[in-house]
Design a protein around this ligand. Structure first.
Ligand code: SF4
Ligand code: SF4
Length: 328
């Protein structure tokens, strides 16, 4: 069944969310899931835009709060107190946005497709969620949108690390023909193949899986699973059985993600805003709109196909890649 995705101007936000029964959010505590930006990143969703969503929720007497999780790499955002400082630094204060900020560092285990994912406590306990996803490129997944907002941004540090480590390649020497195809496609030049030697620099590998897909001799497999597969599974762990409205912001579409201090340059002109009740449909619509303007720009920039997360999302029942785009 085709899912509906609305394309709208910000002044039509009210009409856009009315189509997805925002009235059912009335009087409820509403978690707004978003990324509040790494230090020095310039492209994340801005407080003045986020305030439009907060105001819309307040109109129906909902009690919204902004929410994100700590990160697994070193830096201020790896601790709750540090991320709270960054949020404040980036203007996410009650005075500017109209609600408070909560950062989670703990998770509760949820099993999806026989693997455990630790969903952040607040997300786990929420019944009503509003997702604001800034759409941009990503070095390991090609693109980051609604699926990534939850699949990585909604889980604990332990799950983030497990997902990254488990998606690194496993090498089977006996099957290797030393053709060098994997070394050629690796976006991070982590693999070196010379004569009959094969080496991978563990520290340079982001687990994007491009080398695994390129090996025709099955000498490479995943330690556990494709990163975009576990991303879709983790997103499902976060949102299943909940009321969620997804808003994708297709503006300041940078090469890399909001976790990257040097995410630029912008690689596609601003497109606008989408809203839906399906994370797969809204990400597929975002990708299609971007490809209409800049064909295959994420693959060209990041050397990773972002369509895998859409395909896996559909396969595991996270949502539908089939959609109808309606211009409001
Ligand atoms: S692509 Fe496969 S067979 Fe070729 S060098 Fe890499 S691991 Fe070996
Ligand atoms: S998983 Fe990605 S980063 Fe790691 S070696 Fe393979 S292609 Fe390179």
């Amino acid at each position: 069944m085709k899912k509906v995705v609305f394309f709208f101007d910000l002044n039509k936000l009210h009409d856009a969310v009315e189509n997805f029964n925002i009235q059912s959010f009335a009087d409820k505590k509403v978690l707004i899931k978003l990324h509040m930006g790494e230090v020095k990143n310039k492209f994340f969703s801005k407080p003045d835009f986020v305030k439009h969503v907060v105001d819309e929720l307040k109109k129906i007497n909902a009690k919204p709060y902004l929410f994100d999780t700590t990160v697994a790499y070193l830096g201020l955002r790896s601790a709750k107190s540090g991320y709270e400082k960054v949020a404040k630094m980036h203007g996410f204060t009650p005075g500017k946005v109209g609600c408070g900020v909560v950062i989670d560092d703990k998770g509760i285990s949820v099993k999806i497709e026989n693997r455990d994912y630790e969903v952040a406590e607040h997300l786990f306990e929420s019944t009503h969620i509003f997702a604001i996803s800034h759409v941009k490129g990503h070095i390991a997944t090609g693109m980051g949108g609604a699926i990534k907002n939850f699949g990585m941004g909604g889980v604990s540090k332990k799950s983030k690390i497990n997902m990254h480590v488990g998606s690194k390649p496993r090498y089977t020497k006996d099957k290797c023909t030393y053709c060098g195809a994997c070394a050629e496609v690796c976006p991070f030049t982590a693999i070196k193949v010379k004569d009959d030697s094969w080496n991978r620099n563990e520290a340079s590998c982001f687990g994007c899986g491009v080398c695994v897909d390129s090996c025709e001799d099955n000498a490479l497999s995943y330690k556990e699973a494709d990163f975009q597969y576990v991303l879709a599974c983790a997103a499902k762990a976060c949102i299943q059985d909940k009321n969620v409205i997804y808003l994708n912001e297709l503006k300041r579409i940078a090469r890399s993600c909001d976790c990257d201090p040097f995410a630029g340059p912008v690689i596609c002109p601003d497109i606008g805003y989408l809203v839906s009740d399906d994370p797969v449909a809204i990400d597929k619509a975002s990708l299609d709109l971007i490809n209409d303007v800049k064909k295959d720009i994420f693959e060209k920039e990041n050397k990773v196909s972002p369509f895998k997360q859409i395909k896996f999302g559909e396969e595991i029942g996270l949502g539908s890649a089939s959609y109808q785009l309606i211009d409001l």
